[in-house]
Design a protein around this ligand. Structure first.
Ligand SMILES: O=C(O)CCC(=O)C(=O)O
Ligand SMILES: [Fe+2]
Length: 195
């Protein structure tokens, strides 16, 4: 048990979960500062499945920087996410082998329209995680993650610094509402090994 059993329980019960305080304010500040310092390395995100990479700002307007395991700037976040991966494997036998992740920034005015992260049964993405890196996010700043739930309703998650959103990748369509300020996050997918 390492404190993330609440996430495992929520994934069983509802398939999604929001955990405030996954990173402390100081940890958020350090990671967003490191991300900003690499702003020139971010590239416009594409859409479509592996192989096809089309950039279309009417669908998504974020810019991303893919991270590898040993990235020192993200080490604290990646270690904690790895502990979460272990907890989910122990509690739910999900067989999550790795985290594929990128930093993302949505410039003011940008969004990501409603989509599913996994095409049912065709992908190795099992669990989506989004860790928000916006130290002071106001109610009027927009940029919520809107999750469409099984019963037809939706829930909005404000991208407050340190908050972690977790959901099953093949089950919940979601979108990013237009952000009125620059909006930072670390987004990733716990994957099973491909066949
Ligand atoms: O940033 C978010 O809240 C969600 C991002 C997203 O849906 C994605 O990158 O697939
Ligand atoms: Fe997504």
């Amino acid at each position: 048990m390492n404190g993330y059993d609440c996430v495992a329980n929520a994934l069983v019960e509802t398939g999604w979960c929001v955990l405030p305080g996954f990173l402390s304010p100081d940890e958020v500040n350090a990671l967003v500062a490191a991300s900003r310092s690499r702003r020139d390395d971010f590239a416009r995100a594409g859409i479509g499945r592996a192989g096809g990479h089309a950039v279309n700002a009417t669908i998504r307007g974020d810019e991303v920087l893919w991270l590898d395991d040993g990235d020192p700037a993200a080490a604290v976040a990646l270690a904690r996410l790895d502990a979460l991966r272990g907890e989910l494997n122990a509690a739910l036998y999900l067989g999550l082998a790795e985290l594929e992740c990128h930093l993302a920034v949505y410039p003011a005015g940008h969004f990501y329209t409603r989509h599913l992260d996994q095409h049912r049964g065709e992908d190795t993405r099992v669990v989506t995680i989004v860790l928000y890196l916006n130290p002071e996010w106001g109610e009027d700043d927009g940029g919520e993650l809107r999750l469409y739930l099984d019963d037809g309703s939706h829930t909005d998650v404000a991208p407050h610094g340190g908050t972690l959103a977790v959901f099953m990748s093949d089950r919940f369509e979601h979108e990013v509402r237009p952000a009125r300020r620059e909006r930072w996050s670390l987004t990733g997918w716990f994957r099973r090994r491909g066949l």
